[in-house]
Design a protein around this ligand. Structure first.
Ligand SMILES: Cc1ncc(COP(=O)(O)O)c(C=O)c1O
Length: 449
């Protein structure tokens, strides 16, 4: 569909044809009847093509932890684009890739020192699962092929990720998925956990289900367990107190690898560089994405403990040790963006800021309790969620209406996962802006019957 008028127009103008873009994870027909268009951004705000400000209470999509269009990040990307557009990382490399990897290794806890880059959280999850399987192969434990995920978990949309994931709509349309996968039960139980601030007191024992799975299949068949320290996409479910520590202990007992999917919990969302630190647990691998470049250029990866990486470093020198990678693994623009973003996090002490704001955020966010249809409110780090009662014959309709009205009526961006409203502002959010988020969301909740 050649359209020179479209090509010539400045990027901030509204498009004149909405037909061809099939939006991901979106109610496309509703969107195209009443689009929610974003043309530019700065710091805590998006702006519509007409210039209307939208307060970003979602960091884009859990991405822009440093805020939007930050000058040091923009400049680094521009400079890198002018110097090196692309270099392969299969058999070659460029210096910024090593710099980005070293910076991430420095930030990661314990001996998590080896970084395998990819481009999305989905690729990171699949990469971690493949490293786990291959690790057991190269260490002579090839019978360890089972992968264990968790109900209500989200690990992206690749076949590995949806197999270990536990969100039914992401799975039920796509056939039989990977074989040999089992799931831990979800940790959320409203009856015991409603209106939690931080990690719920109840639910540590849910980790013991791993013992049941081991008893069923035998440890010699299990390669890895993958969980999010806090499940975001499924509606903000924090791990109960003691749960992750107990999971680590059981994995250690049976020599099962433990993978933390930190695609949204890394880079300050829970007050630390990685949520693993918050829990004092060192997993065998951490997946990351999103916040690593504050959303500015796609980048993701897996951080791996030394001994796992080292187990691959065998055989003749000319031989490839791990048959996996992506054309754009460690793309120069992404690496430059990552280094600049990590500088911003460090120089502005944004992880510490997030930690200091957590109690303030929790107090203000929980003030939404008692508004119409609110069944539960959860907060942890700089994250909040409101569960709304579903409309009798239209699950998800109320959550959708809140998201839509927040944008159009209040100039506020929130996310809805069904009837749960999830909020996760950039870590630069000020206290008055937290008040504004809560006020605007409260206004919408009062209006949506
Ligand atoms: C925990 C987790 N893993 C993986 C992903 C997938 O990331 P992507 O959409 O970049 O593939 C997400 C996305 O939100 C996520 O929250």
């Amino acid at each position: 569909m050649a359209n020179s008028a479209l090509r010539a127009r400045p990027s901030s103008q509204a498009p004149n044809d909405l037909r061809s873009f099939w939006l991901p994870f979106t109610a496309n027909r509703a969107f195209k009847q009443r689009p929610r268009l974003i043309a530019r951004a700065k710091d805590m705000h998006y702006y519509t093509p007409e210039g209307r400000p939208i307060l970003d209470a979602t960091a884009g999509l859990w991405c822009c932890n440093a805020g939007h269009n930050r000058e040091p990040i923009v400049s680094a990307i521009q400079a890198q684009a002018a110097e090196l557009d692309f270099a392969p990382t299969f058999q070659y490399a460029h210096p910024t890739a090593f710099e980005a990897a070293s910076r991430l290794a420095e930030l990661a806890p314990g001996d998590l020192n080896q970084v395998f880059f990819c481009n999305s959280g989905s690729e990171a999850a699949d990469t971690a699962l493949k490293i786990a399987l291959a690790y057991h192969n190269v260490t002579g434990q090839a019978s360890r092929q089972r992968l264990i995920g968790r109900e209500r978990g989200y690990h992206g949309v690749g076949f590995g990720g949806i197999s270990v994931g536990g969100m039914v709509n992401n799975r039920k349309f796509f056939g039989t998925l990977l074989a040999g996968v089992d799931h831990l039960p979800a940790t959320y139980d409203r009856e015991h956990q409603a209106f939690s601030r931080g990690e719920p007191d109840w639910g540590e024992h849910k980790a013991d289900e791993l013992e049941r799975i081991v008893a069923l299949h035998d440890a010699s068949t299990i390669a890895a367990v993958i969980v999010e320290p806090m499940s975001g996409s499924t509606g903000v479910l924090a791990a109960p107190k003691g749960y992750l520590q107990r999971l680590r202990a059981i994995c250690d007992k049976y020599r099962i690898l433990l993978i933390f999917d930190e695609v949204i919990t890394a880079f300050g969302r829970l007050g630390h560089a990685f949520a693993a630190e918050r829990y004092g647990v060192i997993p065998d691998m951490i997946t990351f994405a999103k916040g690593v470049t504050s959303g500015s250029v796609p980048m993701a990866g897996v951080i791996v403990r030394d001994h796992i990486h080292d187990a691959f470093m065998a055989g003749p020198d000319h031989a490839i040790e791990f048959f996996h990678g992506y054309t754009y693994s460690a793309h120069p623009l992404a690496c430059a963006a990552a280094v600049a973003t990590l500088d911003v996090y460090r120089d502005e002490r944004l992880f510490e800021r997030s930690k200091a704001l957590e109690p303030v955020w929790a107090d203000k966010f929980h003030s939404l309790r008692g508004l119409p249809n609110v069944l539960d409110i959860r907060t942890i780090g700089l994250v909040g969620a409101v569960d709304l009662a579903a409309k009798p014959d239209a699950v998800g309709a109320r959550g959708f209406e809140v998201m839509e009205r927040a944008f159009h009526d209040e100039g506020l961006m929130v996310r809805n996962a069904g009837d749960t409203i999830a909020v996760s502002p950039p870590l630069i959010v000020s206290e008055p802006q937290i008040d504004e988020i809560v006020q605007k969301l409260g206004n919408v909740l009062k209006r949506v019957a």
